[in-house]
Ligand binder design. Structure first.
Ligand code: ZN
Length: 451
């Protein structure tokens, strides 16, 4: 099959076609999934020509590559499970971003020294009614199932992780580490006890909201403004439930007030699993110094995002701006104003625009600016990596996970020690997970049914 494009496949699957009018300064419908996708449709088909891909150029010296390889390297926001239900995604085949728009597969994990991380159960925000909650719940359960199926299918190479200690053990056996997180707690509906079911399936991190306010919390990017001024009463229940179970609470996408509420209410430190800093680029999805400092003082961690539109103001070409304006006019509103069928149409039209008038891209240097700024502000115990791979992350100079050794090299060059860099890659996020485990009051377990 030629002309295959993962974004199309995602849309077919009804998954992750998130678009949001987050920022009046940004494009009318920026998406963490779509805005940074490849410039044009690939000519090669997925899985057909694995031997003919161009090797990734890497200029990191061998001794730094060796150091990077020796470390436990994790990322807290791998959106790759969004592809698992698409018929052409093959985790074991090496692809390139240029070829199909993906960032993560098993060969590239080995190449980039990525041992694993949190694999995301993502749900786009929908209406706050019972039928939509049920639909979202079902989709999220299937997504969790697909993550477990990956671990089962590639059992020699991949293993589900349930505790902080699991990471080192699994990586020590030469396997990739699969923790699970939920981006947007919307699928839980109005009954937070459903979190127990996801916990049993392996869920260890959860964020209350995504692009819009929902039943749990205010989002950082809801154009209608605040609904609650932070967490809703149900959101407070969610925080208590996460603490009870021993899940890490993730404040990415939440409004600042929601994050403050989370810090105050949670018995353990919170994480921002994929977020940048206002100090480099003031954007709703990034975090102000004061709040980041509060998170760090509470023991929490920011994991730096590599999503171009949040790293810097990227000016789209005049043609693209016009095309986007026409799209809004044609559909009479944004993605969120449309019903399911029209959303697919909208997304297809949007994809054509992306192919014809590519979105501008950010750079590795700009990503490092955010990272070093955060390190400067809160220190190496409070910063890690959550680049939003397969969710819109990736920049020029770091187009996929094979480039991760460059981050290690850049941190060394900036004067950080090997010990600091290990904390950045995994030490900090595992510390938070361990704290969540130690503070948990539930006896509930996650049986690995294959053992
Ligand atoms: Zn996100």
């Amino acid at each position: 099959m030629t002309g295959f494009n993962f974004r199309n496949a995602l849309m077919m699957a009804g998954a992750l076609t998130v678009l949001a009018a987050c920022n009046p300064d940004a494009e009318p419908s920026g998406s963490e999934i779509i805005a940074q996708a490849p410039a044009s449709s690939p000519a090669a088909s997925v899985g057909e020509t694995p031997g003919t891909v161009t090797p990734t150029p890497m200029t990191v010296p061998q001794d730094i590559l060796d150091m990077h390889e020796s470390m436990l390297v994790m990322d807290t926001h791998l959106d790759t499970p969004a592809y698992f239900h698409t018929p052409d995604y093959n985790f074991s085949v090496r692809q390139t971003f240029e070829q199909d728009g993906t960032h993560v597969d098993l060969p590239r994990m080995k190449e980039g020294g990525l041992d694993g991380g949190f694999w995301v159960i993502f749900t786009a925000q929908g209406p706050l009614d019972d039928a939509s909650y049920v639909a979202a719940r079902n989709q999220a359960l299937l997504r969790q199932m697909s993550i477990r199926e990956l671990a089962a299918k590639y059992g020699d190479e991949v293993e589900l992780a349930f505790t902080a200690d699991d990471a080192e053990r699994i990586a020590g056996e030469g396997k990739r580490v699969v923790y699970q997180s939920m981006e947007n707690a919307y699928p839980l509906g109005t009954d937070v006890s459903l979190a127990e079911t996801f916990y049993q399936g392996g869920l260890r991190m959860i964020s209350p909201a995504h692009f819009r306010n929902n039943q749990f919390a205010d989002s950082a990017t809801d154009v209608s403004g605040e609904s609650y001024g932070g967490l809703s009463p149900l959101g407070e229940e969610l925080v208590r439930k996460a603490n009870e179970l021993g899940m890490v609470l993730d404040g990415s996408h939440a409004s600042d007030e929601t994050v403050y509420d989370m810090i105050e209410l949670s018995t353990t430190p919170i994480i921002l699993s994929h977020t940048g800093v206002d100090g480099v680029y003031d954007h709703f999805r990034n975090i102000p110094d004061e709040l980041l400092t509060a998170i760090a003082e509470d023991g929490g961690v920011i994991q730096i995002n590599a999503f171009g539109g949040y790293l810097e103001a990227l000016e789209p070409s005049a043609e693209r701006q016009q095309a986007m304006a026409d799209l809004e006019e044609q559909f009479g509103g944004s993605y969120y104003d449309l019903d399911e069928a029209t959303r697919e149409e909208y997304s297809a039209a949007r994809e054509e625009i992306d192919a014809q008038y590519p979105a501008p891209r950010s750079s590795f240097e700009k990503f490092m600016e955010h990272l070093l700024y955060a390190l400067d502000l809160v220190g190496p115990d409070h910063v890690g990596m959550g680049a939003d791979w397969d969710g819109g992350g990736g920049v020029d100079g770091m187009t996929d996970i094979t480039f991760l050794p460059k981050v290690t090299a850049a941190l060394l060059e900036a004067g950080y020690s090997e010990e600091d860099i290990e904390k950045f890659w995994s030490g900090n996020m595992l510390r938070l997970l361990r704290q969540a485990e130690e503070a948990r009051t539930s006896e509930m377990q996650s049986p690995n049914v294959l053992n």
